[in-house]
Design a protein around this ligand. Structure first.
Ligand SMILES: C[S@@+](CC[C@H](N)C(=O)[O-])C[C@H]1O[C@@H](n2cnc3c(N)ncnc32)[C@H](O)[C@@H]1O
Ligand code: SF4
Length: 330
């Protein structure tokens, strides 16, 4: 009861206010790989230099940011990544996650070893992973996972679900379980990072639904390698027929581009046209204030969904978790 009251107060008090609790920051769109389903590296922007990156971290910290995910492109291509991580720690941003393809982890482990978590993309057994992400990349991911774990970084995998790897889900889970690693499964999308050149990689809604139903079943039987809570899996099974969710991402979960531009949540939308505000020129506070609400009706971005559902105690009022992932009121 007390928890429900608290959730009402938090959400209502927030109103139009935005708190950048969790920021996904693409430090660069450059990349050392050319995965079949991703063309983010084609987006050319001017990257902030180290000093300007620090000044955004100063502001984020004072506005309450406690968790950052450095992503890309390939964030390990930034030569100042170690300095950026150290500075974020100094500013009390204690939860640092990195999304990486793993290729440079061995070379850069000394720079990144203070981070909390490392998300490595693993798309299947060697032949499938390498077909999707380039020859030799599978071995690099496994090597990166071992090195990171040895350095006390919590590793998790993200598997982008495509027509090519749906039938290898067990293979991925078995490997993950052996390595004591969890996996986030993300359906491929053609928007945001993607490319319609490879529309043949996209599984049909039915194929995806079956695969995720299988994950839910395994999860309910106690599989510990599946990272997502059951509510997220149920949501994905129903996608895109889900009812509107009360997404808090627009208020607490933001994306920053390499050039210091803020996006509300970029998932499923074209990076070139999506509304943004320049956090470097305007300052973080004003950029967030001026960023229009996109009134998004929901998505199939597993990371956002996990963020929403993990904050469930605060959101009890909006979601009826006993009945499923939808707002009880709609
Ligand atoms: C843009 S990448 C950046 C981090 C790093 N370069 C990597 O590949 O892990 C972040 C995540 O998005 C995933 N991704 C890329 N293109 C995608 C697409 N078209 N649909 C869904 N996920 C995608 C990647 O596989 C990776 O797990
Ligand atoms: S998915 Fe990651 S590694 Fe692959 S091309 Fe995109 S940014 Fe590069």
């Amino acid at each position: 009861m007390r928890q429900m009251l608290y959730s009402n107060i938090v959400i209502e008090k927030l109103g139009n206010l935005r708190v950048p609790l969790y920021v996904v920051w693409s430090l660069t769109y450059r990349c050392n790989q050319r995965c079949l389903y991703c063309e983010i590296w084609k987006t050319k922007v001017r990257e902030l230099n180290t000093k300007n990156t620090f000044s955004i971290l100063d502001e984020l910290s004072s506005l309450g940011t406690r968790a950052i995910c450095f992503s890309g492109g390939e964030p390990l291509l930034r030569n100042d990544l170690g300095k950026i991580i150290d500075y974020a720690h100094k500013k009390n941003i204690s939860y640092i996650d990195i999304n990486s393809n793993g290729a440079l982890v061995k070379e850069k482990i000394e720079e990144i070893k203070g981070i909390r978590t490392l998300c490595l993309t693993l798309d299947g057994p060697e032949e499938i992973h390498d077909r999707l992400r380039g020859e030799g990349t599978y071995r690099k991911v496994l090597e990166a996972a071992h090195i990171a774990k040895k350095n006390k970084i919590i590793v998790y995998f993200r598997t982008v679900l495509t027509k090519l790897n749906l039938k290898y889900i067990d293979n991925i889970l078995n490997l993950a379980e052996k390595m004591d690693i969890t996996v986030i499964f993300q359906p491929v999308t053609l928007s945001t990072y993607g490319t319609s050149r490879h529309h043949n990689l996209v599984a049909s809604d039915n194929e995806l639904r079956e695969a995720i139903r299988g994950l839910l079943l395994r999860k309910e039987k106690g599989n510990v390698a599946i990272n997502s809570p059951v509510e997220v899996l149920r949501h994905l099974i129903q996608w895109p027929k889900t009812k509107r969710i009360h997404c808090i991402s627009e208020k607490m979960f933001f994306h920053l581009g390499p050039d210091g531009k803020f996006y509300p949540c970029a998932w499923g939308r074209d990076l070139k046209t999506i509304e943004r505000r320049d956090a470097f020129k305007l300052g973080v506070w004003r950029a967030l204030k001026e960023l229009p609400l996109s009134n998004c009706r929901g998505c199939n971005n597993t990371s956002s969904l996990e963020f929403i559902y993990r904050l469930s105690p605060l959101l009890k009022k909006k979601f009826d978790f006993d009945k499923g992932p939808f707002p009880a009121s709609s």
